[in-house]
Each structure stands twice: as C-alpha cells, then as structure tokens.
Design a protein. Structure first.
Length: 140
C-alpha cells in the first residue's frame, strides 16, 4: 500500500488509531452507524454476530496501519480481505466502501479524545488507500 506519508504523520495516525481502539465503544458505535447507513449494508450484516465482527474490525484496522508502514503482515492482510470482500467472496460493492470510510471517520471524531481536523485528513489518506487497493484487487 503506497500511502506516501512522512513517518511523523504515520506516527500521528497510529496514536489516533490506538486511542480509538482503546475506547471500548469504538466498534459497537461503528457497527451501529454502519448498519444504518444503507439498506444494502443492513442486509449484508443481518446474520452477523456484531460482537465477533468488532474483534475482527479492531484487528483489521491495526493491520491496515501496519500495511501503511509497508509491513508484510499488514500488506498480506489487505490482500486477504480484498479477496474475501470481492465478488468471489462476500460481494461487497465499491459503493459500500464510501459508507464504511465515512462511518469510520465519524466514529473516530467521537472516540479520539485528541481529535483535530488534521487527523481526519490522515485517516482518509490511510484508509482511502486501503479502500482503493481493495476495490482494485476485487477487479471492479
């Protein structure tokens, strides 16, 4: 994943992510909002154990941070989730990722006690690259 951020910016992003993930309500807030963001997304999560999915999300976000730093475990994780979310897997459409990213940013604003607008830019940069890579890998 080619994020093109300076190490200091990646450090700032990582600290923000860690603050958010330390909030015990982060994933439940995320899924409460995300499921309500569209009828299609609600249908995709109708049979999902949200508590278990929250654990998966935390791990995935951490690995995306590692991918942004060019670390192999993070890069491999992105490849795996791109495949699992593709038309051959879960059938996630590219339009769903905009809801995902907007929801993630909204919950970050609420849960990072050190929130400032510059953090939103960093999150959009890092997770925007992640989303672009997943869409490209899915062949859509």
């Amino acid at each position: 994943m080619d994020v093109n951020l300076e190490p200091a910016a990646l450090d700032q992003f990582q600290r923000s992510l860690e603050r958010c993930l330390a909030d015990p309500t982060f994933t439940s807030r995320f899924y409460a909002r995300f499921v309500l963001s569209s009828d299609e997304i609600a249908a995709l999560f109708a049979e999902t154990d949200i508590a278990k999915q929250g654990v998966v999300l935390k791990r995935s976000l951490y690995l995306v941070m590692r991918a942004a730093r060019g670390l192999e475990d993070g890069l491999e994780h992105l490849e795996r989730i791109a495949e699992s979310h593709s038309a051959r897997g879960l059938g996630i459409e590219p339009r769903h990722y905009a809801h995902w990213l907007d929801t993630l940013i909204a919950v970050m604003r609420e849960t990072d006690p050190a929130y400032e607008p510059a953090l939103e830019v960093l999150w959009r940069e890092v997770f925007g690259h992640c989303v672009a890579q997943m869409i490209a890998a899915s062949g859509r």
